[in-house]
Design a protein around this ligand. Sequence first.
Ligand code: 6MZ
Length: 353
Amino acid sequence: MKTTRDQLFKMPKIELHAHIGGSIRESTIIELINKKNKDPEAIKQILDSCRIDPKQSKEVGRRNLNECFKMFEVIHDLTSTDVTVMTRITKETIEDYADDNVIYLELRTTPRAIGQNGSKYDYVTHVIKGIEDYYQSHPDSPIIVRLLLTIDRQKSLQEAKENIELAHTYPSKYIVGMDFSGNPFKGPFSNFQHLIKEAREKHKLPFSIHMGEVLNDDEVLLIISTKPERVGHAVCWQSESTRDEFIRSQIPLEVCLSSNHCTTTSREEGDHPFAEYAKTTNRSGMHMCLNCDDKGIFQTTTTDEYLMAADDFSLSVEEFCEMQADMANYIFDKESIEGVRSQIIKYRDSLSS
Ligand code: 6MZ
């Protein structure tokens, strides 16, 4: 039987790869632009540069990653004067995921000093306020929200050190780990490797590392050898043996299908580790879940990511439940594992009764 959108919408979901900056609602972008510039043509131009519709992009040609990173510059520019806007964007992002039946959400963001006397500490405070505001206005919401702080590979080692320091000293139960991301054409992982190793060993910070978003097997093999807690993307391989090495490593993977479609980073369908997952019967050792990456930019939802995978790879809702129940073992808030797993399994069992 064909998997329906309704089944996938109702399925309790985990979303482990969501950049706050790329999750901004279009209506919020319009409001922010209106505050700066009321010329409708300028608004249209900025909106065109801030959004990729994956359905449209298949027909009119995809954008590349560099173009995608220009959009982040626009979004950062729109959010660069008043740090309180981060509270609003964070809250709205959580509302959108909760409305999509996401029950465990790990957001990630790069601390920035916003405004004249702003600091990275302020930035994190305002993001966390967004989480608290959400809970205050939705006291019965079942969603569990946690936060990863990002190291942007484009920025300096000093910036990376500051973000690690914030992650392990900021007094909040919401911060549960770190992300390594940013433009993959810039700042090699090897520059940051020792810092990340120290943060994992000394401060016990788990890391999710962006890997294989562009062709660079040397970097992919280096990242695999450091055995990060999780990786994101992993779609570009210069040689099949690198992909096989990754699959053998059993490192849990945050799959981002729309993002990979849009930015042309995925090669033939067969190269994607998710295709390998879908076609094998013995999936033990393969840990994956589907994610939006930047739901605002790619105009997607977690449900839509599962629907795309159901259509392209013919998987059932029961199989998606099993995939997610397994991946729940690798969420960074270890105290939430059992509760999250049991909700997913309960839904799977309800389908057969
Ligand atoms: C790599 C990405 C990304 O931190 O301002 N980011 N890094 N690959 C991707 N695939 C498309 N999507 C987003 O959110 C925006 C930032 O997240 C990273 C980029 O560094 C981007 O500037 P925050 O909340």
